[in-house]
Ligand binder design. Structure first.
Ligand code: GLN
Length: 428
């Protein structure tokens, strides 16, 4: 039995009956989509794929490409330079609005069309062919397979996309577009016409949720800070003028597109994608919005929800007798981030006697220590030694490197047993 697939199937069955919404037809070729196409795919951080419904139908990525190309621009230019060209404020407007900052002409954010056209134009390249090649390579790396362009959809949008072209010319006249407007719009149209399946989009979303490393191929596509920034912008701007309500109800960074794709990323958990062409008045796919709302509620996925994930970090805080000596021992496991380190240091403090005593920190089951927590840990250990305590750490990892602020004055051993033995003694 596979409970994840069961849940997806059940949600799929429930919302397949939903017949609201309209298939987009302002790009003529998109009007040919089958309104009954409906697939859900989920990819976990260990790279496992779960599916329900039609997850192999190919469709064009459209606006779901925007966060990935934004991540590429961030990689190319850095956060500060990217921000000079494209803002990060929700516009509260429709996807094709003229949301340009008065004075600078800078588009409000990279998730609306104006911002996306400007973002694509930021991608480093010697000319338009190379620029699109880099966009396609990036989308392919996120998906973990080589993607291609639906030439018919591209031609259809290129033939009718005057509104987007107009946005590009407006930005150019305001001084906020880097390249030729016609070329910028054309590269953006090709980007929107890249062909994907729901499974591709789920892998792409999972890559963002996994801090920029594709969990299926193992390839790092973008640096973690760029993945985090992209998710943040998706959280505030990904659902156009419904972004506020979405964050309130569903609480996941997400991005929708006019061909009926919708991705959401549950950070450090999974990426999910739904494909269903009929759209609501905000341009978001009706069944996908309903399905993700249900998923979020059922599994408590809201990012503001406290999952209690950190509770099991400190697995022991005890006083141990050894050779007639009392030793305070704190044991921890997993990854030490802010919350975990706070719990660890709190437990250590509770076992520290008022007069010089003996302490062991057993970190043999700790896998990683983030740099900030490592600095805090190093400072606390140094302070304990300065106050006359005999302190040993049992650990396989060298966490001092990350937080090196003072010379190491405590002892480090490979095993808990060696640490206890040394602390119980009097010599070096
Ligand atoms: N190519 C589409 C457009 O620019 C993308 C819009 C969308 O998916 N919301 O109109």
């Amino acid at each position: 039995m596979d409970p994840v697939t069961d849940s997806l199937n059940e949600i799929h069955r429930r919302f397949a009956a939903l017949r609201d919404g309209r298939v987009a037809d302002y790009i003529p070729q998109l009007a040919l989509a089958d309104p009954d196409d409906f697939g859900i795919a989920l990819v976990s951080m260990s790279g496992h794929t779960y599916r329900a419904g039609r997850t192999d139908s190919a469709f064009t990525i459209q606006s779901v490409s925007k966060p990935f190309v934004y991540a590429l621009a961030l990689s190319d230019l850095g956060a500060r330079e990217t921000l000079r060209h494209v803002g990060v404020e929700p516009s509260g407007n429709a996807f094709n609005a003229i949301s340009l900052e008065p004075g600078t002409g800078r588009p409000a954010n990279p998730m609306i069309n104006a911002g996306a056209i400007a973002t694509t134009a930021l991608v480093r390249a010697d000319g338009p062919a190379e620029r699109f090649a880099r966009v396609l390579d990036c989308l392919s790396a996120f998906a973990g397979r080589p993607l291609d362009v639906d030439e018919e959809v591209y031609a259809s949008e290129a033939a009718t996309g005057d509104h987007n072209r107009a946005l590009a010319y407006l930005m150019r006249s305001a001084g906020s577009l880097r390249t030729d407007p016609a070329e910028a719009a054309d590269t953006y149209f090709r980007q929107c016409a890249v062909r994907v399946t729901a499974v591709d989009l789920a892998v792409m979303a999972a890559t963002l949720a996994n801090g920029g490393r594709n969990p299926v191929t193992g390839v790092r596509v973008v640096a973690e800070p760029d993945a985090v920034r992209t998710l943040a912008v998706m959280a505030t701007c990904g659902m156009y003028d419904a972004a506020g309500q979405w964050l309130l109800d569903v609480g996941l960074p997400a991005k929708s597109g006019v061909s009926g794709g919708l991705i959401a990323a549950s950070p450090a958990r999974f990426g999910i994608a739904v494909h269903s062409p009929p759209l609501d008045p905000s341009g978001n796919p009706v069944r996908a919005v309903a399905a993700l709302g249900e998923m979020s509620e059922r599994f408590d996925l809201h990012i503001m929800h406290n999952s209690g994930l950190h509770a099991a970090t400190v697995t022991g805080a005890e006083r141990v007798e050894r050779d007639g000596r009392t030793i305070g021992v704190v044991t921890a496991q997993g990854s030490l981030e802010f919350t975990e380190t706070e719990a660890l240091l709190y437990a250590l403090q509770g076992l520290t006697p008022p007069t010089p005593g003996r302490l062991v920190l057993d970190l043999t089951a700790v896998s990683t220590v983030l740099p900030g927590p490592a600095t805090a840990l190093v400072a606390v250990l140094a302070d304990l030694v300065e106050r006359g305590h005999r302190v040993a750490v049992a650990a396989q990892l060298v966490f001092e490197e990350a937080g090196e602020t003072r010379p190491r004055t405590w002892e480090v051993f490979d095993s808990r047993e060696d640490a206890l033995e040394w602390v119980a003694g009097d010599g070096d």
